[in-house]
Design a protein. Sequence first.
Length: 278
Amino acid sequence: MAELIDGKRISKEIKDELKAEAEKFKAEGREATLAVILVGDDPASAVYVNNKKKACEYIGIRSLSYELPKETTEEELLALIDKLNNDDSVNGILVQLPVPDHIDENKIIRSISPSKDVDGFHPLNVGALLIGEKGFVSCTPAGVIQLLKRSNVDIEGKECVVVGRSNIVGKPMGVLLLRENGTVTIAHSRTKDLKTICKRADILVVAVGKPKMINAEYVKEGAVVIDVGIHRMDNGKLCGDVDFDSVEPIVSKITPVPGGVGPMTIAMLMDNCISSLR
Ligand code: GUN
């Protein structure tokens, strides 16, 4: 039986560390402030934004909330970001994605000052990660590294396979594993013989966005499996990109869905907010 990597517990541990750190900064008269911008009324986005605000409250980060109507123009949104970029009391700016179709997402990402880009999506922060310089790191892959480290999984020298090459997860995940001295393969939808590649992995990180795609045929005995996917099935239950019941009996450690990677994303967002005070 595999050991479950408990993202709920580990994210709580990180949030409690950050809370203590925030209190120390507060005693010095310093406080982090996160501005969260939501455009439109997508219910899932509203839930995410609310969870981010609640996490801020728990840790002691001031949060400013901007809930804008879906008709908001790109110019109006850019003007708000510009105002927040120039406001010294604001440390972090987050625009919840997706934005409505009439707004250019790439333009919005590039308009946020890299020094306040707590999502780590700005090309300058992505580039800094690639060349090993300081900068904000995308929260979900940063959370996966914490899950591995805090579960005593050694990355150095290991065969690491990432399935998925998105800008937000797959690519930065590969770079972070490389930074930890893993031997990294980034596989994707055009990869030939994906099963053989995945079966090589000591550490397999799956972020493909396809429910239960990775079954026991893709996994080496004793591997560590991290499942970034989250999907709602017809029966209302959640599942990941990994077929948990098929894979769990043969691996050494695995993240559940829910309660694995999911809670880590917000914890690492909070870490990015506090890190601007460090
Ligand atoms: N939408 C879904 N995930 C994210 C995220 O990590 N950051 C932002 N800004 N929007 C999202």
